[in-house]
Design a protein around this ligand. Structure first.
Ligand SMILES: [Zn+2]
Length: 413
């Protein structure tokens, strides 16, 4: 693929994303929603299937409903490339879909140019990454790496319908979910995805090479003080846990900022007891959500937060806390990331190495199969919104990098 072709490719990808974006279970509102085993899911996948076939791929669905288009190489060992086909509720046209459509476009262009790979290539449209219908994280990618069990499929949606019953009804062999496992023949996985943040857009770059997918630590904190009358209690007699919480939030934020430039800390959930305007609260409960792509920094941040919270009790306050979640960052395969970097440099596309602040299918697959991720910019960093947008020229550049990478990796013996 030549650089001058990428702009045309970008418009073609944009057209397809617009077409796919019309398929939604919530018609009449700007935001779209495609979740597993809904009418829009079937219609969306059937459109994607037609594009895969047009690109010269042999298409099948696995037992979970992941859509897979295969290009046979000289050997059965396979390089898999793709992203997810589902969306969040009230989502946009780019998240997930752009990775699938771009991969089809890249492979299709190569096939048209007479490319015959040594390794086989599969484009995959992964099911239910967002878990927007069933409260399951990344079931499609877990299925691909043999880590989804039939028991987990007993989970019900909000209406009380079990996933396994729906699968049974539609002919998916849920009892043999292990058949979706691709580990025996897939040697590498690649995913192109929108950044879902504003870094590339702000810096005017077209490509991000993901080094790590962020790790995450969560603390559950309750600050106990003394509940009392808001009018009769003078300031010097108060043990107001909300004021204490405000101090803690500033301290914890400063601590994370001083440890790492890649760390982020969020206080997005808080309850005050009793939570009425004319009562000094008796206690404040909040969640600390901390993320960092750098494992050492995340560990340092974790101990700094624990230390600050441990020291916060006393003087009439009691601070209870527990860490209830720790997920290490997931590194991408360094050989693949280096190769991606060469591809981007050969195409003279402005880029940077970066971490992903959001979780992706690649995070699940990377534990089992060497994996890499390409980011393209989200305009104004907006995602999980109907306003999600990526410029066609960046879609084209993403496609070019993916195409070059496939040639580099799949032609090698
Ligand atoms: Zn996504």
């Amino acid at each position: 693929m030549k650089y001058h072709e990428t702009l045309d490719r970008g418009s073609e990808i944009e057209n397809r994303l617009n077409e796919l974006g019309k398929i939604s279970d919530t018609p009449g509102v700007p935001g779209i929603w495609r979740a597993i085993l809904t009418d829009s899911d079937f219609r969306g996948k059937s459109l994607i299937r037609s594009w895969m076939e047009e690109a010269g791929l042999n298409v099948r669905e696995d037992v979970f409903g992941n859509l897979i288009g295969r290009l046979e190489g000289e050997v059965p060992e396979t390089i898999m490339v793709g992203s997810h086909v589902d969306t969040v509720k009230d989502g946009g046209k780019y998240d997930g879909a752009c990775g699938v459509v771009t991969a089809i476009e890249a492979v299709g262009a190569l096939v048209k140019n007479g490319w015959k790979p040594y390794y086989s290539v599969e484009v995959v449209g992964i099911e239910e990454e967002e878990g927007s219908r069933f409260d399951l994280s990344y079931p499609g990618s877990y299925a691909l790496v043999g880590k989804l069990s039939p028991e987990e499929l007993a989970i019900c949606d909000e209406e009380g319908t079990a996933l396994k019953d729906l699968m049974e009804e539609r002919g998916y062999d849920w009892k043999n979910i292990a058949k979706a496992d691709v580990r025996s023949y897939v040697k590498e996985f690649m995913e192109l995805h929108v950044e879902q943040g504003a870094v590339l857009d702000r810096e005017g770059l077209s490509i991000g090479l993901v080094e790590n997918i962020t790790g995450m630590v969560d603390f559950d904190v309750t600050v106990h003080g003394e509940q009392n009358h808001a009018g009769t209690t003078p300031m010097y007699l108060r043990k107001d846990p909300m004021v204490k919480t405000a101090e803690l939030i500033l301290k914890l934020t400063e601590a994370v900022k001083s440890i790492s430039s890649t760390g982020v800390i969020t206080f997005g959930e808080m309850q005050l007891h009793p939570g009425v305007a004319n009562v000094i609260p008796g206690s404040v409960h909040f969640i600390v959500d901390m993320r960092d792509g750098n494992r050492e920094a995340l560990l340092k941040e974790e101990s700094a937060v624990a230390e600050i919270l441990s020291a916060a009790s006393g003087d009439g306050f009691d601070v209870e806390f527990k860490m209830y979640n720790h997920e290490d960052p997931v590194p991408m395969d360094s050989v693949l990331v280096d190769d991606l970097e060469r591809c981007v440099q050969e195409a003279s596309i402005p880029y940077k190495r970066m971490n992903s602040g959001a979780g992706h299918d690649s995070m699940i697959i990377a534990w089992e199969i060497p994996t890499c991720m390409i980011f393209i910019p989200s305009v104004n960093g907006i995602s999980h919104s109907p306003k999600e947008y990526t410029k066609p020229e960046d879609l084209g550049r993403g496609c070019e990098v993916l195409g070059r990478m496939l040639v580099k990796r799949a032609s090698e013996k």
